[in-house]
Design a binder for this molecule. Structure first.
Ligand code: F6R
Length: 600
């Protein structure tokens, strides 16, 4: 969701910015633009649509060593060229790109900018106009005018600003939205995500909220909003270009589904100490001290959280509540005496989850973040982090991160349960390894999933996913995958619940996918399948080896009952993928969606 890049150095800024923006495409956007500082001043190019459209619009002849760029995902103002970033001040002296939402932009506009005609419908424009106003009317230097503007702004922002009268500096600031500085020899860069600038450096400096940074060719000066200097050393990003390239795959989503067995194995390796699974002892102490865990997450991560509840309750015997982050912060339930908050977030940047984290930290509670992105906001601001080790997930639809979240949740619950002396009659390391092999078998049977997608979903208007217990949690995720990439209306239900109303929607040919992996409720869910078939449904039973019956459409390998979500989700991901392909949907970049949802 929106992305920022900036380059200050000796090379061709235009190409570096465009390549950087291409690497941010996965986050979701509807328009893009760049501003380049040339010998004649600052030149802006922007377009609605894809980076490819922007590339066509950019003048090949323009040469510049300094520039800023942006991909926009519309929040204020429709997606069009006028609202695309960069935005410029009335005189054209200042040029700005912004990621985030300025909540009080209307008030700021009414209070300070009455006589100034706005050139866009965005909240962003007030910032660049205010910088110019304070610099003209109060004679402030650019950095002072920038600071004064930021002190008035409420909301989230990652900003990069150019001043036509300063040939050396990119002015940068952040609050609640992600932004990093990348350092190199004879150049420095800024980006929302390290991936955008891996082409030129793997050395990055984290920025904290309400810091202002002057990025010059040979220096990076960080200070707080009130002017105190901050020293912070760079770290090396543990990514390489091959992690973020598609290779020979037609889509990132397909590549990422194929990576799932490797991700589970990597998790076993990463959390192994002296042959045993282990987590940091402070995290273990926090888990075991808590009288209740509150799992907070959104979307797919919320679905993983539902599975995590089963693990912590069944293996570690700690009570758990799972909440949708956008609800929790504004409607907090009565909390237990000694809660521990667990944030699950692939990106580590989801604004809905972050607003909860801020509130629970204000209340003085401890928080653990389970994320794929080291150094992300949710990781930095929580007391503890468990990493997913899934490698960058680029496709908007989350697949390998979900599997990684479930594996890490199982691992944390298992280690906590062992430390509490609970009787645990299985070896998780071994069971995870078996699950990894089972996932491999499924991803190797893509032709079967393609056939199922064609048979059940080619012309479907809607679809249902049903299951009981853990299969219910996975049904929710299966339905989300299908709707987000194929646009087929899909719902996940607890098998027994359909008959309480929704069964009215079942008509001749309605596809119903039923998961049967939980032996103790296998007969019940099969009963629910009979109910829908009697009303005309086209049922597709996906059963686990050992409890399958004649007529089941797909049999998946046998794994430990608790680990079935790791495996049963994979055919649902693949079936959704092929359904989306049949419908010629843009699998990696579904409409209206963003990978990293950095606004509430
Ligand atoms: C769906 C999907 C989203 C995310 C949700 C939370 O495929 O990816 O539902 O799970 O936006 O994102 P994170 O996990 O980054 O907090």
């Amino acid at each position: 969701m929106c992305g920022i890049v900036g380059y200050n150095g000796l090379l061709d800024a235009k190409e570096i910015l465009l390549k950087g923006l291409e690497k941010l495409e996965y986050r979701g956007y509807d328009s893009a633009g760049i501003a380049l500082r040339t010998n004649e001043g600052i030149t802006v190019f922007k377009e609605k649509g894809r980076i490819a459209d922007l590339r066509k619009a950019v003048d090949d002849e323009v040469a510049a060593g300094i520039g800023i760029g942006h991909t926009r995902w519309a929040t204020h103002g429709v997606p069009n060229r006028r609202n695309a970033h960069p935005h410029q001040s009335a005189s054209g002296r200042f040029t700005l790109v912004h990621n985030g939402v300025i909540e009080n932009y209307h008030l700021l506009q009414k209070t300070y900018l009455k006589g100034i005609p706005m050139q866009s419908d965005t909240d962003t424009e007030v910032i660049v106009q205010l910088v110019e106003l304070f610099s003209n009317e109060e004679g402030l230097s650019t950095v002072e005018a920038f600071r004064k503007t930021l002190s008035l702004v409420h909301g989230s922002y990652a900003l990069a600003l150019l001043d036509n009268e300063d040939e050396e500096t990119i002015y940068v600031a952040k609050n609640k939205s992600p932004l990093l500085v990348g350092v190199g020899e004879n150049f420095n860069v800024v980006a929302s995500d390290a991936m955008a600038m891996l082409q030129v450096t793997d050395q990055f400096i984290e920025l904290h909220d309400k810091e202002v940074v002057l990025v010059r060719q040979g220096s990076v000066e960080i200070s707080t909003l009130d002017g105190r200097t901050v020293e912070r050393a760079p770290y090396t990003a543990e990514l390489d270009m091959s992690d973020i390239e598609k290779g020979t795959y037609p889509h990132y989503m397909l590549k990422e589904m194929d990576e799932q067995p490797g991700v589970v194995r990597k998790i076993i390796q990463s959390y192994e100490e002296k042959g045993e699974l282990a987590i940091d002892e402070n995290i273990l102490a926090a888990l075991n001290k808590a009288d209740r865990l509150y799992i907070i997450a959104a979307g797919t991560s919320y679905h993983a959280g539902l599975v995590g509840k089963e693990y912590f309750e069944k293996i570690a015997r700690i009570p758990v509540e799972v909440h949708i982050s956008s609800e929790f912060g504004y409607n907090m339930p009565l909390l237990s005496e000694n809660p521990l908050f667990i944030f699950i977030s692939q990106s580590g940047e989801t604004a809905d989850s972050r607003q909860v984290l801020v509130k629970v930290k204000e209340l003085g509670y401890q928080a653990l973040t389970i994320t794929n992105v080291q150094g992300s906001t949710l990781s930095r601001e929580a007391d503890y982090t468990l990493l997913l080790h899934a490698g960058p997930e680029i496709a908007v639809a989350s697949t390998k991160a979900y599997v990684a979240q479930i594996a890490v949740l199982a691992l944390a619950a298992y280690v906590a349960g062992k430390a509490r002396g609970n009787v645990i009659d299985f070896d998780l390391k071994q069971e995870l390894a078996i699950a990894a092999t089972a996932i491999e078998t499924i991803v190797d049977s893509k032709d079967v999933m393609e056939e199922i997608a064609a048979d059940y979903l080619k012309i479907a208007r809607n679809a249902f996913f049903i299951g009981r217990n853990l299969d219910f949690c996975v049904s929710l995720e299966g339905a989300l995958k299908l709707k987000e990439i194929s646009y087929i209306q899909a719902e996940g239900f607890a098998g027994g619940e359909l008959k309480h109303g929704t069964i009215a929607l079942i008509e001749e040919g309605t596809p119903v996918f039923a998961l049967v992996t939980q032996e103790q409720v296998a007969l019940n869910i099969r009963g629910n399948v009979k109910e829908v078939v009697a009303r005309g449904a086209n049922a597709c039973i996906i059963a686990m080896d050992g409890i399958q019956e004649d007529g089941d459409r797909l049999v998946i390998p046998h794994v430990h009952t608790l680990l079935t979500p790791l495996v049963s989700v994979v055919p649902l991901q693949l079936i959704s993928y092929y359904a989306a392909l049949h419908r010629r949907c843009d699998v990696d970049k579904p409409r209206n969606l963003a990978k990293s949802v950095t606004v509430e």
